[in-house]
Design a protein around this ligand. Sequence first.
Ligand code: ADP
Ligand code: MG
Length: 367
Amino acid sequence: MTTPAAIELDAVSKVYGGRSDVPVVDTVSLTIPAGSFVSLLGPSGSGKSTILQMIGGFTAPTSGRILFSGEDVTGLPPERRPCNTIFQDLGLFPHMTVAGNVGYGLTLRGEPAARRATKVEAMLGLVDLAGFSGRRIHQLSGGQRQRVALARALVLEPSVLLLDEPLTGLDERLRQQLRDEIGRLHRRLGATFLAVTHNQDEALALSDVVAVLRAGRIEQIGSPRELFERPANAFVARFVGADATIKPQAVEPGAESWTAIVGDRRIACTPPPRRADAGGYVVALRPERIRAAGPGETGDLGPVDVVAATYKGRDVEVETRLGDGQTLKFLVPVHGGAAPPSPGARIDLAWTPDRALLVAETRAAEA
Ligand code: ADP
Ligand code: MG
């Protein structure tokens, strides 16, 4: 017998009331194995929070079913579902202390004060907030508040934790710190975590499985590596960082390798995971893997004209224009040794690894 999934979405759709009958979540099916870390990744407005709220029981699906451990919970209120949600705005009680916030759910459950205090202290230690129990919420930094929200949810030992954009709005250093912390908590607690985010780094770093969402529909479900190496289409490729894309004039299928023709260059590409119309393909590259070919070296593409070089902190972003007017951007690390080419220069581009990704512009159903 196989263990039932922690959460299952079975053809779940959501149409909000009003005149518009466009579903904001459209026939989403998803299986979340017990103990896994799954992320929903998609741009703002793609339906991530709505999905989370339907799983938590705060919004009812228009159609479809939601199952927890094989049991249909579609009609159950939030408090009867074995999960806890951390909302994007955290929903902490500003007038209460840290300990009051973290212990709130235990109080509701009627947990005796002494046991409650022990659990709260232990949980605060776990999120690195030992000694903060008497503080008020307004005396805390954004990252500390986020950790209070985590502790408040985790102290109830939910078998499923739902996180809505847990790292959004924090500065870069805190984001990394808290991201690592969430990963550690997941491994230590063995609970099922489902996070939604618009940030691909976050999703790829934390998750066993990522579902990429666009306009209420799942474009691809896979491990971070699968999404990275075999994006199903151009949307997924761009979203996971292969956002240097070129439209070829033509493609030539092959067994091991396809050829994309750009200008008078023939570019070797991985075969597309999904077929499209002849004009429906895009060559996708990672901007950090493109470089200017050295003098005397024939690159993979070119010549291209450098039109701009913009300092971005860690990298310089170089914008180039191809012969047919398309633009292609790539990144030169500031401390990488090689100086970025200057605007006005005409260069060849080269990249590693040798083969570019060839992907369909749209999902199969639309092609
Ligand atoms: P995300 O979390 O990915 O940004 P949401 O799930 O919040 O997306 O929203 C998806 C779409 O549904 C958006 O177009 C949003 O405007 C709409 N929407 C969200 N909540 C409501 C609501 N309560 N009533 C009507 N429309 C809503
Ligand atoms: Mg949202």
